[in-house]
Design a protein around this ligand. Structure first.
Ligand SMILES: Nc1ncnc2c1ncn2[C@@H]1O[C@H](COP(=O)(O)OP(=O)(O)OP(=O)(O)O)[C@@H](O)[C@H]1O
Ligand SMILES: [Mg+2]
Length: 360
């Protein structure tokens, strides 16, 4: 049986991203955690589309190569879903007994899930209880995608212990690295967490230290590459290479390149802004004061500055997945800096539940 929220032993975070697979092993410590392993390997551009595996063997091969390359000792794995493979929603309901809650939660799930209940695995997690109310995270994960993940993990010689959602792994990573050591300050603020990956931008809004709102928006780095491809008449791979600085933009195309990147970047920022406004409107809140951002696409030059300019004076900082990590001599600072933007989900998965971090 799958458990979406069980499995406290899991220490290997497997982040199956649509551009790259990441593997992270951590050990929780009294005052933080130790990063024992972190690695990433790219997968072909169309191998994962809308959260579904289109090229099973390429993904399976990539996971196996990371698992077999050494460094990962634990067997139990936590991985996560995002986009169309999963519906994750935070609902607020009156505090009630566990058996009443179970019944109410199943009813709520029926209201929020657009697929047949037979096609999904349902699970929930009570995130907080206060003042006679509780906030509950509902998750409905598509069974066919879960089965693919199960097979991939097994083929790599590992055991799938927990299936999470990207947005919650993002929260866990923020929790362990930023919230825990700065509770007094950060619990006063309304905080936005943003992970701009290749296909998806995961957004989490955190109030008083609790995730209140999760959304995945299908606008991210892959779309930026497509815009560069069209704007400059390049292949996808060439566009990706110039975007990430691996190859130079010819002098004659430089101005056009800047213009296209700027427009694509504004598109991503506009989606983040729209999501924030939607949340603020429905929750009746004033404004988000702090953003923590991560994901490969946040390495795009000027992205943070454009966010700062558009987010009504909110502070915008990189989410550092290694802020409270002890790292042995195995990884240099340069390597960690390189991996920092793409490791937040993997670290959040490897750390698992916020309760664990709270008690250790
Ligand atoms: N230096 C860079 N400049 C701009 N973009 C970059 C850079 N490095 C990586 N990216 C982009 O980051 C994205 C990959 O980030 P990430 O690994 O977080 O995504 P993913 O987890 O594979 O995707 P998703 O979670 O959306 O399925 C790609 O679109 C890639 O082009
Ligand atoms: Mg990702």
């Amino acid at each position: 049986m799958f458990s979406l929220f069980g499995g406290r032993e899991a220490v290997v975070g497997l982040d199956i991203g649509s551009s790259a697979i990441k593997l992270v092993q951590v050990q929780s410590k009294r005052d933080g955690f130790e990063v024992q392993h972190v690695s990433a390997t790219p997968i072909p551009a169309e191998a994962i589309v809308d959260g579904a595996l289109m090229n099973y063997s390429a993904v399976s091969q990539a996971v196996r190569s990371l698992a077999e390359s050494g460094g990962v000792k634990a067997k139990k794995v936590t991985c996560s879903l995002s986009g169309n493979a999963v519906i994750a929603k935070v609902v607020t309901m009156p505090a009630m007994s566990p058996s009443e809650a179970e019944e109410q939660i199943h009813w709520e799930a029926g209201q929020h899930i657009p697929f047949s209940i037979d096609d999904v695995n349902l699970d929930y997690q009570i995130l907080s209880k206060r003042e006679g109310e509780m906030s509950v995270l509902l998750v409905a994960a598509k069974k066919d995608v879960l089965a693919d993940y199960q097979n991939i993990v097994t083929e790599a010689g590992l055991q799938l212990a927990v299936v999470d959602v990207d947005a919650l792994a993002l929260f866990n990573c923020f929790y362990a690295n930023h919230l825990l050591p700065n509770r007094l300050e950060l619990e006063q603020a309304l905080v936005g967490l943003v992970n701009v990956g290749a296909s998806m931008t995961n957004i989490v809004i955190v109030r008083a230290g609790v995730p209140m709102f999760l959304r995945d928006v299908p606008t991210a780095g892959h779309g930026m590459t497509t815009e560069i491809q069209k704007g400059l008449g390049l292949s996808f791979d060439e566009a990706e290479a110039v975007k990430t600085g691996r190859s130079e933009v010819p002098e004659a195309q430089r101005a056009r390149f800047e213009e296209v990147v700027r427009a694509a970047l504004e598109g991503v920022v506009a989606e983040i802004q729209r999501t924030a406004e939607f949340y603020l409107g429905t929750a009746g809140e004033e404004g988000i004061q702090r953003y923590f951002v991560t994901g490969g696409a946040t390495r795009t030059p000027h992205l943070l500055d454009v966010l700062r300019a558009r987010m009504g004076g909110a502070s915008v900082d990189p989410l550092n997945p290694f802020a409270r990590a002890q790292v042995g001599a195995k990884y240099s600072k340069t390597t960690l800096d390189e991996l920092s933007a793409v490791s937040a989900i993997g670290v959040g998965l490897a750390l698992r539940q916020p309760q664990d971090a709270m008690t250790k």
